[in-house]
Design a protein around this ligand. Structure first.
Ligand code: ZN
Length: 56
């Protein structure tokens, strides 16, 4: 799973005018998941299901 920071740099995630993260492909706002097996928070696109790790 890529990190949010890396995805932003590579253009897979963009930010809307309110600085909210969205999937660049779907233009959907990312939802937050708390996966106990992952460090930090998992952000996911509700449209395509791609997940990124957001480190604290
Ligand atoms: Zn998506």
């Amino acid at each position: 799973m890529d990190s949010v920071r890396r995805a932003l740099r590579e253009g897979a995630i963009s930010k809307d005018v309110y600085e909210r993260l969205e999937c660049a492909d779907c233009e959907e706002q990312l939802v937050t998941k708390n996966d106990p097996d992952e460090v930090g928070t998992v952000r996911a696109c509700p449209e395509c299901g791609t997940e990124w790790r957001q480190l604290p």
